[in-house]
Write a protein that binds this ligand. Structure first.
Ligand code: UD1
Length: 449
């Protein structure tokens, strides 16, 4: 077990093993059993955003000083997997508090992200840019993760090549080197990509000269990463716009950074309240990151209030109205809330249409929802959802993270009992889901495998 050396250790008594799963605890093969029909009433604390946390953890590779994260969703399997990837490379990890993580990449012992770990989680590819920038070499297995389409990484690779990297694909690995260091470049993405924007923004921080990223992603997670990098000494402008400029620095330093609240978790519980009725207070959430969801949910019948820190959502009695959505890069409707929104439409009066423009093959929740009594027809990248009067409990299984939580939402309103099998996707992305929903009145139990 690696631990902080005494002279570099921030105050902590816990070491590297804190993020590993203790034997006999939760297993991804566990099931969740829900008896539907309970209104949700109560308070749900929103966790730090998984999709911000993952690139932030990779940013710790850019400095030899410790980086401390607060509001970190340390119990998520994706965070544990990435932590293991980083530890393989010599990074020292410590959890001084349940929602805090310190990563210290004092000296790297390896520049390889191995298949056994990367296959579990696609976001491991985000080590490529920072590792290459710092170590001048990186080997990363081609990624796995959610089975939603082919999900190439050509934009990451082409961008790094434009910055002077030599890259070959061999034996299932991306092998990259930049013996003379990376050089600033103007990269115009042919498609908006969250991951490619993050990877190249991190790489550019230690490149020589200026990098301009055009048609860059604008997600709040990108802004959060950029703000952390700035607090580490990076020079970045244009965050939250389609053109990000990064002036390369010779060195970055350690920092303390608070992870932005999870807008996808927030949106998921807003949709839950809309479906079940009742009132939920979502603590420590940012409504301004969910502008594209607010309109369609209000149209459907949800009342939404926010004091800038918490969000209160309620729906009492009124029938759900059907409405149409189309997923788009931020600030458009998030693809990561598409499955949950579709679940809500299954019980609307009339019909709604969902169009998915980000990922092909992201309708895998449809057959399972139809098995529960929904009336959804898929045509190409659109689905027509005709409202039905009720869903019925069933035994179901999901194939990706957001599809899994969509089935949880369906189960909360279905008549009778639903068993959701193979919940490892949920463990990747939702902290304490059984506890959070149970405390608000849901009849929900985790059944060990
Ligand atoms: C991130 C999120 C994921 C979310 C997605 C879109 C994380 C860890 N994951 O994934 O939850 O669903 O953004 O909001 O933050 N593409 C290419 N070539 C590339 C890269 C992407 O063609 O090199 C395509 C993808 O196949 C997809 C689209 O671009 O069709 C958007 O993907 P991208 O934004 O890169 O998604 P991720 O960063 O993987």
């Amino acid at each position: 077990m690696q631990q902080y050396a005494a002279n570099t250790a921030p105050a902590t008594t816990k070491g590297n093993d804190q993020l590993q799963q203790a034997p006999g605890q939760k297993s991804g093969m566990d099931k969740i059993r829900i008896v539907g029909g309970k209104r949700l009433e109560g308070i749900i604390p929103i966790s730090g955003a998984k999709n911000a946390a993952l690139p932030l953890m990779c940013a710790a590779l850019l400095t030899d000083e410790p980086v401390q994260f607060q509001n970190m969703p340390t119990t998520l399997d994706d965070i544990k997997t990435l932590s293991a990837v980083l530890q393989e490379m010599g990074v020292i990890a410590a959890t001084p508090a349940p929602d805090a993580l310190i990563l210290h990449a004092k000296s790297m012992t390896s520049h390889i992200a191995p298949y056994e770990l990367v296959r579990k989680m696609r976001a491991s590819v985000l080590v490529l840019g920072p590792l290459l920038a710092r170590e001048k070499q990186a080997e990363v297995s081609l990624p796995g993760g959610c089975a939603i389409g082919t999900r190439p990484i050509d934009l990451h690779i082409d961008g790094l090549k434009a910055m002077g990297a030599e890259i070959e694909l061999a034996g299932g690995y991306v092998k990259a080197k930049a013996p003379d260091g990376l050089k600033g470049a103007h990269i115009n993405f042919s498609k908006v990509s969250v991951g490619a924007t993050e990877n190249l923004m991190m790489a550019a921080c230690l490149a020589q000269g200026e990098t301009v990223l055009s048609n860059a992603a604008r997600e709040p997670e990108i802004v959060d990463l950029g703000e952390c990098l700035i607090s580490m000494g990076a020079q970045i402008t244009g965050l939250g716009t389609p053109e990000i400029r990064i002036q390369g620095s010779e060195k970055l330093h350690g920092t303390v950074h608070r992870v932005v609240p999870d807008r996808i978790e927030t949106g998921t519980w807003m949709i839950a309240a809309c479906l079940t009725g009742g009132t939920l207070k979502l603590e420590n959430a940012r409504l301004e990151h969910l502008a594209a969801l607010v309109g369609p949910l209000e149209e459907a019948g949800l009342k939404i209030d926010s004091d800038g820190k918490d969000i209160i959502v309620s729906r009492n009695g009124r029938p759900l109205t059907g409405t149409d959505i189309m997923t788009e890069p931020y600030p458009g409707f998030p693809t990561d809330l598409q499955a949950q929104f579709m679940t809500m439409l299954t019980l609307c009066v009339g019909a709604g249409m969902v169009t998915e423009t980000i990922f092909e093959n992201r309708f895998m929740h449809v057959p399972e929802l139809n098995r529960m009594g929904a009336d959804i027809r898929v045509q190409g990248n659109s689905s027509i959802i005709r409202g039905v009067s009720k869903l019925n409990g069933a035994e179901v299984m999901a194939t990706d993270l957001r599809a899994s939580v969509a089935l949880i939402l369906a189960a909360l309103v279905a008549e009778g009992e639903t068993t959701i099998n193979r919940i490892y996707h949920l463990d990747r992305g939702y902290e304490n889901i059984v506890e959070k929903l149970g405390r608000c009145g849901a009849d929900i139990t985790r059944i060990p495998a």
